[in-house]
Design a protein around this ligand. Structure first.
Ligand code: ATP
Ligand code: MG
Length: 187
């Protein structure tokens, strides 16, 4: 077992862009508030909060059984939530595969007894926090081909939250042999 699997952790399921897409997302960060560090940019699938060792083990087991085909996301606009003071990138539409992924992970989290928020799922990529108001505007669409999802840990550091991708699972259309298995642990 890896070290992180042996203790309680603050976890969330997410889509993590590859370096190229991440760079294009980073280039859209507005000059307001606290910018999200480039390596931290992601799209949250499901925020789990504090998860104990046994819940984490069962969640990862469930994640390995998720069957969702790879899909395309198109990030098309910069937008702003005034209540949370967050600047974010939004999608033209949420593909059914994305919603299915969210639902399957949510069901797994409920099954292990995690108390989840009832707020509606609004897929977005946070770009800046404590941000002053910005006017929504379209951006040159960023095409993001999603072929896997991950479990990430949020670690509080003096300089702010750092996110560590702990495990990845490939998206797939059916139960496969090796690739569909327990998921790859990230070194
Ligand atoms: P901090 O809370 O220290 O300002 P943060 O919000 O970046 O930093 P976390 O709170 O650990 O870090 O959140 C990890 C990820 O989960 C982020 O994408 C965050 O937006 C998302 N998240 C956090 N809390 C919730 C929540 N209650 N509901 C949905 N998503 C959440
Ligand atoms: Mg937070």
């Amino acid at each position: 077992m890896e070290g992180w699997e042996r203790r309680k952790a603050r976890l969330f399921f997410a889509l993590w862009p590859d370096a190229a897409v991440r760079g294009r997302i980073a280039a859209q960060r507005p000059a307001v508030g606290r910018s999200v560090a480039e390596e931290n940019l992601h799209l949250t699938l499901l925020f789990l909060g504090s998860v104990d060792v046994e819940q984490s083990r069962r969640l990862r087991e469930a994640a390995a059984t998720v069957i969702v085909p790879p899909f395309e996301l198109r990030l098309v606009r910069l937008d702003y939530w005034s209540r949370s003071r967050v600047a974010w990138l939004g999608l033209d539409e949420a593909p059914p595969a994305l919603l299915s992924l969210h639902r399957q992970l949510k069901a797994a989290a409920q099954k292990v007894g995690l108390a989840l928020e009832s707020r509606r799922y609004r897929p977005h990529v946070t770009l800046a926090r404590d941000a002053a108001t910005i006017a929504p505007r379209p951006i040159d669409p960023i095409h993001w081909t999603v072929t896997d999802f991950c479990l990430a840990e949020s670690v509080l550091r003096p300089e702010g939250s750092q996110y560590l991708v702990r495990q990845r699972w490939p998206l797939r259309t059916e139960v496969g042999p090796a690739v569909g298995g327990a998921g790859a642990t990230v070194e």
